[in-house]
Design a protein around this ligand. Sequence first.
Ligand code: TXA
Ligand code: MG
Length: 324
Amino acid sequence: MPRFRATILRPTAPALARAGQLLARGGLVAFPTETVYGLGADATSDRAVAAIYAAKRRPRRNPLIVHVASVAAAQRLARFDGRADALARRFWPGPLTLVLKRRPGSRISRLATAGLTTVALRVPDNPVALKLIRAAGRPLAAPSANRSGAVSPTRAPHVHLSLGSRVGLVLDGGPCRVGVESTVLDLAGRKIRLLRPGGVPLEAIEAVVGHVEIAVGGEEPRPLAPGQLASHYAPRRPVRPDAVRPKPDEAYLAFGKAPSAKSAAMLNLSPSANLAEAAANLFAMLHALDRPEFAAIAVAPIPQRGLGRAINDRLQRAAAPRGT
Ligand code: TXA
Ligand code: MG
C-alpha cells in the first residue's frame, strides 16, 4: 500500500488561509493549542464533525470541545451565568473548558455535542489556534489529534505518527506549552463538577468559584467524558506509575532527583521537580519511551497537587487495563 504523508506546514499567513478554506469546506486540520494538538473541523457541520470521529475511531457518544476565538463568541453558543462569566474572564484564553447549556438557536452540530443539551467550550491560548479559528470563520470542534485512547500529541510529528494520512494538513506551531489537556468543568448544574483535571489547577479554579465536586472517574451519569474512560492516553507499552525505581528491563520516567538504579533508558520529567515542566514533557517523553525493547515504562511518583493532579490522572488511565 502506498504511504501517504500529511502535509505539515509552518503557520504562515498563506498556510493559515489555506487551512481556513479547507475547514470551511468540511475538511480536517490539525493545529497547535497551548495544551495539545487538536484535530479541528467546522463545529456547525455534521459531515465535518463525523470525519473527526472516523479519523480518530472515536465512539460517537463522546462529545467534542468547541473552540472559539473570544468570550463573546462563546456567549453566542451557550448560556453563561455569573460563575461561567467569572471563570471565562479569569482563565480565557487558556486551558479551561466549560460545559454549559447550549443556546437553542446555536448552530453547533448535534454530533459534536453527542446529542446533549450542553456544549463544551474553550478559547485556546495559542496564536496559531486563534488565527485559524478566525480564518475558518466558524467555531472549531477539536479533540486531541490522536487515535482514540492513544497518547495525545504535543508536537506536530506526533499527529502524523498517530493519525497518518487521516489528516490532510497539520499546522506546526512547535511544542505545546502546557502539555496536558484542558481542565473540563461542568457548570450546567447547580454544583460545579470537575470532569477532567487539566492545565488549570483545581486550586486556581476554587480560588474563583469556591468548592468544586470531583466527578472524575467513578460512576458517571451520561455523558461519559472520553477522558473518563478507564483506559485512555495509553502508549503501546504497559505503564507502571508510582515507581520509586525501575526494574532493569523497564524504561524510567523520573521526576526530581533520579534514582541510581539501572534502567533500560531514563528520561526526567523535571530534574528540578517542577510540575509545569513535567506536564509539558509528559506526553513527548511517553512517546519517546514507547519502544518494543522495553518491558514497561515505569514512572516516578508525582505529587497530587497543582498540575500533578492532571499528570497522575493521565498516568493512571495509561496504566488501566486495556480494551475498556
Ligand atoms: O486541551 C484540550 O481540551 C484539547 C485541545 C485540542 O483543546 N482537546 C481535548 O479534546 O482534549 P478531547 O475530545 O480529547 O476531550 C474532550 C473532553 C472529554 O473529556 C469530553 O467528554 C468532554 O471534554 N466533553 C465534551 N463535551 C462535553 C459535554 N457536553 N458534557 C460533558 N463533557 C464533555
Ligand atoms: Mg483526547
